[in-house]
Design a protein around this ligand. Structure first.
Ligand code: IMP
Ligand code: MG
Length: 172
């Protein structure tokens, strides 16, 4: 068994999410916000972030897949669970766990723009900036991280480790 190392501990995560929440509250003063949680990886982040925001936050869920079972992007984004309600005229923030190549979000951004939200922004917990292949710049970023395969706090390796309260990586 490889050694699981902590990259971002629970307290650091929660403090930073509090800061992101404050930024969002400042930008959306007096407005309702619609979070689109990108399942499954963003589930924990979406919940913790939403709890720290005082605006009324609506929750929507979408599931796409670009990785399949592997750890290398398959190059194709497929819709696995579509939106259940209209987002027309709403102030929408896409909540993502991690941006790697940017493929998933460039697909989703175009897809969601067609649904005519009043505004559309991107918030990500983690950003592997150096891996970017698509033109995606998140509006809110909690942490920029190095090019390591990370797990925990929603992120998985073959569906495992999602419930860890911290972000870790395997030291190989
Ligand atoms: P992108 O489309 O290349 O930007 O990849 C984004 C998606 O790949 C994320 O939503 C994750 O599901 C997955 N992913 C990318 N890097 C990691 C990682 O280090 N650990 C777990 N999942 C990852
Ligand atoms: Mg994901």
């Amino acid at each position: 068994m490889e050694d699981l190392k902590v990259l971002i501990d629970e307290q650091t995560l929660q403090e930073k999410i509090g800061e992101v929440a404050k930024e969002i509250m400042k930008d959306y003063e007096g407005k309702d916000i619609t979070f689109i949680c990108i399942l499954k990886g963003s589930a924990l982040f979406t919940v913790d972030l939403a709890k720290k925001i005082k605006n009324n936050v609506r929750l929507e869920f979408i599931r796409v897949s670009s990785y399949g079972e592997g750890t290398v992007s398959s190059g194709k984004v497929t819709m696995k669970l579509d939106l259940q309600d209209s987002i027309e005229g709403e102030d929408v923030i896409i909540i993502e766990d991690i941006i790697d190549t940017g493929r998933t979000l460039s697909y989703l951004r175009d897809y969601l723009k067609d649904k005519k939200p009043a505004s559309l922004k991107i918030c990500t917990l983690l950003d592997k900036k150096e891996r970017r292949e698509f033109d995606i710049e998140p509006d809110y970023t909690a942490f920029v991280i190095p090019d390591k395969f990370v797990v925990g706090y929603g992120l998985d390796d073959k569906e495992n480790y999602r419930n860890l309260p911290f972000v870790g990586y395997f030291d190989v």
